[in-house]
Design a binder for this molecule. Structure first.
Ligand code: ZN
Ligand code: FE
Length: 269
């Protein structure tokens, strides 16, 4: 299992530091929207930033990249990769000159003992990618625990396909999303599926964690299949709730997703 250190940024972002299994002092940072908290964590723990993985172009995910490339902080040892390796989506503009990735590409960092496969997961943004490996997925703002990203640049059809790829990962896959939105997402899950006991129990668990200021993420794919309405658009309960909301029959999974995504946009739990 990967060793991961969460770094909190802004009000509810997580920047994940992935430790090398070969040398846990070497880390990759996923979506560093802010350099300062990453630099602080690197310094406090004597870590070296070996690389950066970017999922999409939004500022809260890339805002710290340029600064980290310039000043990664006082490194205790050199990275086996030399310069900080930078990876990002092929179809989006992000800072620096990343290795540009699309579905089917692999990030192979043999020196660190790390390898990830890339999935195209458009919907939140047009070129959003996810990194899958070592029993984990780093999915940015595509899949959240209990929810999914807003459709800023993509269509409901694209988001349905993207979430379908993530839902098809093995159920024990740990889901490292980029925001702590779980409690408010689950309140919405229960508005869609009031009888979903898994969602109700998970909400209580997550509220208790938040009261202790603990992170609710990572989640797992298996759990998300049970509690996340955006992965459950084929379930009759979700489809019927969406049809009641829309006041008409809905044929496809994407139509159901479109309705519940819009519903969520205006939902105040
Ligand atoms: Zn975003
Ligand atoms: Fe974000």
């Amino acid at each position: 299992m990967l060793e991961i250190t969460p770094v909190r940024a802004f009000s509810d972002n997580y920047i994940w530091l992935i430790h090398s299994p070969r040398d846990p002092r070497q880390v990759l940072a996923v979506d560093p929207g802010d350099a300062a908290p990453v630099q602080r964590t690197l310094a406090e723990r004597g870590l070296t930033l070996a690389g950066i993985l970017i999922t999409h172009h939004h500022a809260d995910h890339v805002g710290g990249v340029a600064e980290l490339l310039r000043r990664p902080g006082p490194t205790s040892q050199a990275s086996p990769l030399g310069d900080i390796a930078l990876f990002g989506p092929a179809r989006e503009k992000v800072p620096g000159e990343p290795v540009r990735l699309r579905e089917g590409d692999r990030v192979r960092l043999d020196e660190l003992g790390l390898a990830f496969e890339v999935l195209d997961v458009p919907g939140h943004t047009a070129g959003h990618i996810a990194y899958v490996g070592h029993g984990a997925v780093f999915c940015g703002d595509t899949l959240f625990s209990g929810g999914c990203g807003r459709l800023f640049e993509g269509t409901p059809e694209q988001m349905t396909a993207s979430l379908g790829k993530l839902a098809a990962l093995p159920e024990e896959t740990r889901v490292y999303c980029a925001h702590e939105y779980t409690v408010s997402n689950l309140k919405f899950s229960l508005a869609v599926e009031p009888d979903n006991e898994d969602a109700a129990a998970y909400l209580r668990e997550c509220e208790a964690k938040r009261a202790r200021d603990q992170a609710t993420v990572p989640s797992t794919i298996g759990r998300e299949r049970k509690v996340n309405p955006f992965l459950r658009c084929r379930e009759q309960s979700v489809k019927q709730a969406a049809e009641r909301r829309a006041g008409r029959g809905l044929q496809s999974e994407a139509e159901v997703l479109a309705v519940i995504r819009q519903w969520k946009d205006g939902f105040r739990g």
